[in-house]
Design a protein. Structure first.
Length: 310
């Protein structure tokens, strides 16, 4: 019985292999490029696997995504059909994301980019902002991460809204569902947070049409996936003043190329896909438990729905 691990960063691969091996002593764990007996490989733990990465393993039972998103697995055109995909989620991931969302929503709410610019110019200017109770924050995606982020924002006093594909009920959050309620939701978002999975339906969702539906001067935080955003539409909306600021954690190309205009844009904050970055000791505990449970029962709660795309 063996497990292969595939992560683009070699140092990280070794870190994860060591952690997983300590937790799964009955298994042999290999890097995917040196898998040992391919017949024995029954699980693959992966982040952004190469196209065709799973083809050498005829007895694979499941793929484990080293994260909540599975878009990087579904991107493989040669992915074996009907292969179960297990997400790696848990309270550490949701805790980190709620911290990130609270930090950046508060930063936009309290106009910190303008205050920081004033400090650079040694300008003493008291900006008056409304209290959180008069600031409307909308969260796109109300799953593990978006649902927790919305609850956190509501607990900070924000007028909190949430939008998802199917209807959700969350205390203190006004919820909207489906395409039919999308425009009403957007019209009420002074700050918009994207925590959607990347699917056919959500690719390019953060575009000129969406920005035009937000109140003028709104700001946007994208911690979902880079391809949710149409980059030129964002630059145009910032130039025209329709948007005041954007905080972006995820990008079409990661790492963000050094010549990319986002790096130096005064109204864009770039963070390097760290909104909720799971560490190997924590993630390995979740993955080991999921592999053991899947091995024993053929089921885990964190199974993704590949047809749905998340
Ligand atoms: P979940 O699967 O738990 O939740 C996804 C949510 O998005 C659900 O509420 C779902 O609606 C909603 N949704 C999906 N498609 C649509 C649609 N077409 N229209 C409206 N709503 C839709 O995912 P998580 O919360 O665990 O993670 C969300 C994403 O966050 C991940 O896929 C990943 O891309 C990103 N992520 C980013 C990280 C970072 O560090 N930047 C870290 C981890 C994840 P419904 O509930 O009705 O099904
Ligand atoms: C994830 C991520 O999907 O880190 O977990 O982006």
């Amino acid at each position: 019985m063996s497990i292969v691990v595939s992560i683009p960063d070699v140092d990280k691969t070794n870190w994860w292999i060591d952690q997983l091996q300590a937790l799964l002593p009955g298994w042999t764990i290999h890097p995917i490029h040196d898998p040992g007996d391919v017949e024995k490989v029954t699980y693959a733990v992966v982040w952004k696997p190469a196209t065709g990465a799973f083809l050498p393993f005829p007895n694979l039972k499941a793929i484990v995504s080293l994260g909540a998103g599975i878009d990087h697995v579904l991107a493989d055109a040669e992915l074996p059909r009907q292969m179960p995909i297990i997400r790696t989620v848990g309270t550490d991931l949701t805790q980190r994301m709620r911290e990130y969302v609270a930090l950046h929503v508060l930063r936009h709410h309290r106009d910190m980019p303008a205050i920081a610019a004033n400090q650079r110019d040694k300008r003493w200017k008291q900006l008056v902002v409304p209290p959180a109770t008069q600031r409307r924050v909308g969260v796109m995606g109300l799953g593990n991460l978006g649902g927790t982020a919305a609850r956190t924002l509501a607990s900070l006093g924000f007028e909190t809204l949430g939008w998802s594909r199917t209807r959700h009920e969350i205390d203190g959050v006004t919820t909207y569902a489906g395409d039919g309620e999308f425009a009403d939701f957007l019209a009420r978002c002074d700050i918009l947070v994207c925590l959607l999975p990347l699917t056919e339906a959500t690719t390019g969702i953060l575009d000129a049409r969406l920005f035009a539906r937000l109140p003028q001067g709104a700001s946007v935080i994208n911690a979902g996936r880079g391809p949710h955003l149409v980059e030129d539409d964002l630059l145009a909306a910032l130039d025209s003043g329709q948007l005041s600021h954007a905080t972006l954690d995820v990008f079409h190309i990661e790492p963000l190329p050094s010549e990319h205009p986002f790096w130096a844009h005064p109204a864009i904050t770039v963070t390097p896909h760290i909104a909720s970055l799971i560490d190997a000791p924590t993630g390995s505990r979740i993955i080991a438990a999921n592999i053991e449970r899947f091995e024993a029962t053929g089921y885990v709660e964190d199974l993704a729905d590949a047809e749905r795309g998340y």
